[in-house]
Structures are given as C-alpha cells and as structure tokens.
Design a protein. Structure first.
Length: 210
C-alpha cells in the first residue's frame, strides 16, 4: 500500500521544532556568484536550454516580487509556474498526484489549498529562523505538490524568495536538490541546517573574495 505522503508530511511538519532547527541568519548576504542564476544557466541549460530560459524568467519575476516585499501566496506561485512550465495558465491539481516512479502519493483533501495557503503564510513567521522557514516552504511545495508538474523547480524558487526577503542570496544551490521523503523529520530538519550552512559559506566566500 502506498502511503499518503501529504498526510505524512503534515504530521512530520508538526513534530519539528522549527524555531531551533537552524541557526538564525541575517542579511544582507550578497554572493560573489549568483548561485540560483548559475544553476539555471549552467546544469539546467546544458540539459534543456528552453527550460533554463523559462526558469531565469521566473527567477526574475520572483525577485521582483521580493523587492516589493510580496509574501508567498497561491496567486504568486501561479504566476511563476506559468513561466516555469511555459503555459498560459497553471492550474492546481484536481486529484491525487504521484512521484518517485509512483512510490509516493499525494492525496487531495477538501481543505488542501486552505491548508497550503496557511503554510505559505508561515514562511514569513519572524519567530522561525530564516533558514528554517526557507527549508520548510521548500518541503511544503514538494509534498503538497500543488501542480501536476514542475513542483521541485517551483520549490527552489520559493526557497530563494524567502531568503531574498531576508536580503540573502546563495552562491550555490546544488546541495539543496537531493531526494526528500515526506516521513523523514531528521531529513527535514537537516535541510534547514544545510541552508544555514550555505548562508554562512556564502557570506564567508563573499568576505574573502570581495
């Protein structure tokens, strides 16, 4: 039987003490190398130039939203996802979704988008360290799986948007993009720690190379 990964994630999400999941990080952190743009313009472009162009356009839109201090909402994600997928309209999924070759199922509940919207609002909670909020919203998008396709790409943009609101850009994002499991509280907390480490590393490299 395939477990409902969304149910598992919502349980794990409540188990983690996000307020102590990662050290507090504050901006501004301006990298020597723009890690997000370099990822899209490097490894992604080598695989699919059109996808790279769409992601860079979505990144620009996300950064513009951060410059206006716009919080994450379903409407904002939808605007980005249209660019990510190159479609005129990005519709929320209408049924169960599957990932990891069908081994992970994400169910659909009557309140799913209200619950997801609340999770997005929590990405601005000042009581939670910035790195933990960025990690949590990344996993929220992965496991709520709002769209039929492109959720991992959208999750990375949302993570970067949360950091951007804190005036932080990373100089590398590749370590973030490993397989994540909904029923893994240790892995979720470790992602918050990883992002805090990447922030500190970016700050250090900027100070020594700047």
């Amino acid at each position: 039987m395939i477990i409902d990964a969304l149910v598992a994630w919502c349980e794990v999400r409540q188990q983690i003490d996000w307020s102590s999941a990662a050290a507090e990080s504050s901006g501004p952190v301006e990298p020597v190398v723009d890690g997000l743009a370099s990822w899209f313009d490097g490894p992604v472009r080598r695989r699919d130039p059109d996808r790279a162009d769409r992601l860079l356009a979505a990144m620009t839109l996300a950064r513009d939203a951060a410059s206006r201090r716009e919080p994450l909402t379903l409407a904002l994600l939808g605007d980005w996802q249209r660019l990510v997928l190159g479609v005129p309209e990005a519709s929320l999924r209408q049924g169960d979704a599957f990932a990891k070759a069908g081994r992970e199922r994400y169910g659909l509940t009557p309140r799913i988008w209200q619950d997801f919207s609340e999770c997005l609002r929590q990405s601005a909670d000042p009581a939670v360290p910035l790195a933990a909020r960025a990690a949590r919203v990344y996993l929220d998008i992965i496991f709520f799986h709002p769209y039929p396709d492109g959720n991992a790409r959208l999750a990375l943009l949302a993570l970067a948007h949360v950091l951007e609101l804190g005036e932080i850009r990373l100089d590398e994002v590749a370590p973030i993009q490993t397989t994540r499991y909904a029923d893994d509280p240790v892995g979720a907390a470790d992602l918050a720690v990883l992002i805090a480490v990447l922030i500190r590393g970016t700050r250090l490299r900027a100070a020594t190379q700047g």
